[in-house]
Write a protein that binds this ligand. Sequence first.
Ligand code: ASP
Length: 444
Amino acid sequence: MQATRGMQLHTKMAIGFAVGITAGVLANLYAADAGWLAALIRYVTDPVGQVFLRLLFMLVVPLVFSALVLGVIEIGDPRSLGRIGGRTLVYILVVTAIAVSIGLVAVNVIQPGRGLPPEVAETLLAESADRAADIAARGGAVSGMDLLINIVPRNPIASAANGDLIGVMFFALMFGIAATVIGSPGTRSFAGAVQGVYDICLKLIGWIIQLAPYAVACLLFGITAKLGFEVLVQLARYVGTVVLALGIHFFVVFPILVRVFGGMSPLKFLKGAEPAILTAFSTSSSSATLPTTLKCAEERLGVPRPVARFVCTLGATANMNGTALFEGVTVLFLAQFFGVELNLFQQVTILALCILGAIGAAGVPGGSLPVIAMILAMFGIPPEGIGLILGVDRFLDMCRTTVNVGGDLVGSVVVAKSIGTDDHMLPAEDGPAPSGAHGAVREV
Ligand code: ASP
């Protein structure tokens, strides 16, 4: 995914971003009412953007299902990892929930998506009204008690077909738990097949993301041609909100965890984690950073090998604090942008979805985008909004991946400390790594 015929993908994306915005703003200024502009948007830029979004949607169900099943199987292998699994799971859930909460508070306080002139907001809403109504009618925007009951799908295939991500996630979690408990040859070959599905999804994401530069140009052209310059100001506020919230998690929450629960000085931690943090920042991929993360945990932070191997390998795809935070901020930002009101209950649902979504996202550049597209659709927020954020996504991806990998290392220090010197809780040094499942995927 790195280089595409000489030019890096993210450079191409930046060019697509600049071309789409410049052409769109110019069109908005000089040809807002022209017939050719409407035709261009209708027959060229919109369809290209739509196809790209559909390709992302296409992968959501197999990706989320396979990632969650494999995640549970990895966590739950009682023979090789004893109580490390339980502690790691608690760590992942609690710290990811903290990360999403910081993001949600930041986006509610700063409100980066508000402030669009009312007439522009109305146009946007009117344009997406049909689709939003359709999604709502299919059960994507239910609220109250229904949302709780609907966590358990009546028919998982129908949930997948209707874009009911919570139902799919619940089904996948149950499947993974049962497969772990049984542990028979049959369930092991099932896990192998699911690993195959996951690997295929990763490959497809790699191909689809190559189209992103063109899709970014088209989606941004469409949006800026309709809305003009105001939209860019909001984008800058959105980037600021994400970076601020990620910064709070990285520079406030992590040091507290390292000091209080890990018994280590935050400065020593940062020094030890530096190579992994730099690799994460430059590759935007937790999976590609995994070898460096493991090295840092074992050799520079002194985490016992079995703990480092389990927590960091699993964490590379399942423990994504930065991704969860980013998903929460992005969904709420786009909801504000498109004028979709979300009540507290819906925001709490989004929190839960972001935690699971981060576990289900792949540790590759842009791995969280399919999940975001799906959450947007569930709440009646036009998924085209993704076009807005794609152009700035490379930078945000670098920042959130840094937080993801930092979180894995903090987790390894905290879990190691909580186990202390109870050697009987550690599996043998040369025991099987929690591999076979998605944590072991290292290629981008
Ligand atoms: N790039 C992120 C990672 O590898 C995933 C994402 O949020 O897109 O950790």
